[in-house]
Write a protein that binds this ligand. Structure first.
Ligand code: SAH
Length: 291
């Protein structure tokens, strides 16, 4: 990993920014559990950036954009702690133990996780281990893929003409199986459903939603590598969601709901690449509540 993506003056500028924003000092013996955002390195928060630039050790996940690691100070230790299929894998208990032991050695320890650390990312488990070990810690929220990833696909998580509720769910339980959820309540209660880790069971999930009354032609989307340069957005229907997910690459967010249609108007990344946006994507939508 090269340490010269930014020079000393630019590094000092990050410190000036931290001072201007009165950001807290990263004290030795502390663990900061920070979100890196979904992919685009620009989506890290100022606090996250400050933490990367000050840390002695950074333990990072597979989904963290590696460009961010190049902002670590020269000599900082970078430890891969990812758990993705097919790659060298770390046990959760080992990660928690490493965090505790590095903090006890008096290091400034940054645990950098994809998206937001407290959204489907085991950040809470790691924080609980720190609390149990009485290691002081700070949580630095991040932009979660279920919001920021959708925004990069031109799909707002809410719009008052389409949904007053949004549900975030994971398609992957602790045992690796589809969690046993109340699909009827989700189907009836949430016009928009945003799914993490749901590629594998997308067909099964779609079938459960349709069995609970959702329209087979309802709009759905699969967003792969959201906010990375190779982002792809597949617009489909609930009926075809399983097939679209099977064709997609990981990581992917799935979205079900009328607001997916707003992509036709709000695909700002597509517009940058020359696509013409549709000014009236919801012209056939029944608006139940003009709010
Ligand atoms: N804490 C993370 C989520 C971790 S779970 C967050 O807040 O975003 C991992 C899942 O997040 C992936 O399986 C995928 O469903 C989703 N995900 C994370 N980053 C993504 C990205 N850039 N594009 C698409 N999906 C992403």
């Amino acid at each position: 990993m090269s340490a010269d993506l930014i020079n000393a003056a630019e590094r000092a500028a990050i410190q000036r920014l931290a001072r201007a924003l009165a950001l807290p000092a990263f004290e030795p013996g502390w663990v900061w559990l920070a979100g890196a955002g979904p992919g685009d390195p620009g989506l890290i928060t100022a606090l996250g950036l400050h933490a990367v630039s000050r840390a002695d050790v950074v333990l990072y996940d597979a989904l963290v954009n590696k460009t961010l690691l190049e902002l670590a100070r020269p000599g900082a230790e970078l430890i891969y702690a990812g758990k993705r299929a097919g790659k060298r894998s770390c046990k959760q208990s080992d990660i928690s133990r490493t965090l505790v032991s590095l903090a006890r050695k008096g290091k400034c320890v940054l645990r950098l996780k994809g998206g937001d650390p407290f959204v489907f990312g085991r950040g809470a488990e790691e924080a609980l281990s720190l609390a149990r070990a009485q290691v002081p810690f700070r949580i630095v929220p991040g932009v979660t893929a279920g919001i920021g990833g959708l925004a990069y696909a031109g799909i707002p998580a809410t719009h008052r003409d389409t949904n007053h509720v949004v549900t975030f769910l994971t398609g992957h339980g602790a045992d690796g199986k589809l969690p046993d959820l109340d699909w009827t309540s989700i189907s009836r209660g949430s016009p928009t459903i945003v799914l993490y880790m749901a590629r594998k069971y997308a067909g099964e999930i779609a079938a459960k939603l349709m069995a609970a009354g959702r329209d087979t032609d309802e709009a759905a989307a699969v967003i792969s590598n959201a906010s990375f340069p190779d982002q792809t957005v597949r617009i489909t229907t609930l009926r075809e969601l399983g097939a679209a997910a099977a064709e997609s690459t990981a990581p992917a967010m799935l979205v079900v709901g009328e607001n997916v249609k707003l992509h036709a108007s709000l695909d700002w990344l597509g517009a940058l690449a020359g696509k013409t946006l549709n000014p009236e994507p919801l012209s056939h939508t029944k608006i139940s509540d003009a709010g």
